[in-house]
Every structure is written in C-alpha cells, then in structure tokens.
Design a protein around this ligand. Structure first.
Ligand SMILES: Nc1ncnc2c1ncn2[C@@H]1O[C@H](COP(=O)(O)OP(=O)(O)OP(=O)(O)O)[C@@H](O)[C@H]1O
Ligand SMILES: [Mg+2]
Length: 254
C-alpha cells in the first residue's frame, strides 16, 4: 500500500486547468520526484496534498485514509511536513528558535503550564531545545544556531527549512524546490542530505525540483507534469529518455 495515493486529482483556477486527472503514488521509504516546466502544476499539487487547496475532483489518500475534509493542521499532525519554494522562515528569529517553533507546537505542553513556567513546562522546553540542537547538528547548522535566520546564506536557509520540517517528526516530507538558489556544490551535496534524512528519520519524500541531476540521482521514481497532466512516469533513466519529456522541456527553453 502506498503512503500517499492520489487518484485523478483535478483543479482549475478560472480558465487555467492547473491539474487534470493526476494519479500518483508514493510508497513508504521512497523518494519520488515530481518534475515539469514552470507553471506545470507542481506547487498546486503540493497545496492539494497539504490541504491548502481543495481539488475540484479526485481523491487523495494518506496511509490508507481519504483526506477529503481533513484540515491542514490535522494533516500535519498525521505526519505531513513541507518546505516552501519561496523560503518561509522567521527571518528575525534565531536559527534555533525557527526549529523550536514546530517542536513546541507539537509538544503536549499546556498553555497554563507554559504561562506559569511549571517544572514540567521547563522540562519540555529543555527537551525541545535539545531536539532542536540535534536537528541543527544533523544539518550542519549548529555553529549558527544563535544567528538570525535572515542573515544566513540561501544554502543554509534551505537546510534550516529541512531542519524545521523534520522538527514535527514527519512521515512524509514534501520538498518544493529545495535546490533553488543553491550553488553547484550545495546542490550536489543535497542528494546525500536527503539520503541521510531518509536513513535517520525513516521519512518518505516527494521532491519537486528543476535540477535534473539532483532529481535523477535522488529519486527512485519520477513523475513528469506538463500543463497539469502527468505525461510520463517511471524510473529516472526511463523518464530522462522519454521523447515526450524532452519535448516538454525543449518547449520551455524555446
Ligand atoms: N491560487 C492561484 N490562483 C490562480 N492561478 C493559480 C494559482 N496557483 C497557481 N495558479 C496557476 O496554476 C498553474 C500551475 O501553477 P504552479 O505554481 O502549481 O506551477 P509549478 O509547476 O509549481 O511552477 P514553478 O516551477 O514555476 O514553481 C499556473 O498556470 C499558475 O499560474
Ligand atoms: Mg512551484
């Protein structure tokens, strides 16, 4: 059974058919790629999966359960986390605080306990900070834990987004262009970061990116979107050689 299972998902914005009958499966433990030219519908698909948008038709199942009517925050509780194409960090907060926000949100502390700083609340806080520091260490950001997030390089900010997404203990991680703005060396290193994340946290991933080398190297299976439709899918080497895919990308360059 797939962890994430989309069946004929469609959504339209006015005259734009952003997604049409998109069916896609992500099995537990896989890193699945979703590629396609600008405007193909990749981010829209993420928004449907996380519940930000409601598809006009089709079904999205997670862990065997239909997600229709399940709110975004509830989907997060069920183990879905995402990163954003346009970085969405708290730029004025420290790197450490950025990772602690989701940990606090997911910890069982009570507002009263927190307000009066009861011993349990202090204990929870210390545990949360320890976990945040462990995540920062894992993503090679511990040295900059006290800097403001907005002062980091793009490469570090992208890693911080990963740390923050992992802080909620996800089972499924949706990555929207994690290599955007990275230099060649950082992009090359990212595939290994994703493999380490999978190994350490047993996280399943759906990866959107324009960097073909990254997607080809990191993914077990790839889906190609073009104008809202899946035009190809398969193992990386099959997709790379598919004439329809080559045509879709040539069309983008022309
Ligand atoms: N909220 C919205 N309202 C209206 N149109 C939208 C909305 N969101 C997306 N679209 C349109 O839907 C289509 C798909 O957009 P989407 O952002 O999903 O593409 P994408 O594949 O993520 O592209 P990119 O690679 O540039 O990020 C585009 O034509 C876009 O203009
Ligand atoms: Mg996008």
């Amino acid at each position: 059974m797939a962890l994430l299972d989309l069946t004929e998902v469609s959504i339209r914005f006015g005259g734009v058919q952003a997604l049409l009958d998109v069916s896609l499966q992500v099995r537990e433990g896989e890193i699945v790629g979703l590629i396609g030219p600008n405007g193909a519908g990749k981010t829209t698909l993420f928004n449907c999966i996380t519940g930000v948008l409601r598809p006009d038709s089709g079904h999205i199942a997670y862990d065997g359960k239909d997600l229709a009517g399940v709110k975004t925050h509830r989907r997060a509780r069920l183990g879905m986390a995402r990163t954003f194409q346009n970085l969405q960090l708290f730029g004025r907060m420290s790197v450490l605080e950025n990772v602690m926000v989701p940990i606090d949100a997911f910890s069982p502390g009570t507002p009263v306990g927190d307000a009066f700083r009861l011993p349990t609340a202090r204990f929870e806080e210390r545990k949360a900070e320890e976990r945040a520091r462990a995540l920062l260490y894992f993503l090679d950001l511990l040295d900059v834990a006290d800097l403001q997030a907005g002062d980091l390089s793009v490469g570090m900010q992208r890693r911080l987004e990963l740390a923050r997404a992992l802080a909620s203990n996800p089972r499924l991680l949706l990555l929207d262009e994690p290599a955007a703005g990275l230099d060649a060396r950082e992009t090359a290193a990212l595939a290994d970061v994703l493999f380490r994340i999978r190994e350490q946290f047993k996280v399943t991933m759906l990866l959107v990116d324009h960097d073909m080398a990254l997607v080809m190297r990191a993914c077990d299976h790839i889906y190609v979107l073009d104008f809202g439709r899946i035009i190809s899918e398969g193992p990386p080497e099959d997709v790379r050689d598919d004439p329809e895919v080559i045509q879709a990308y040539l069309g983008e360059v022309a």
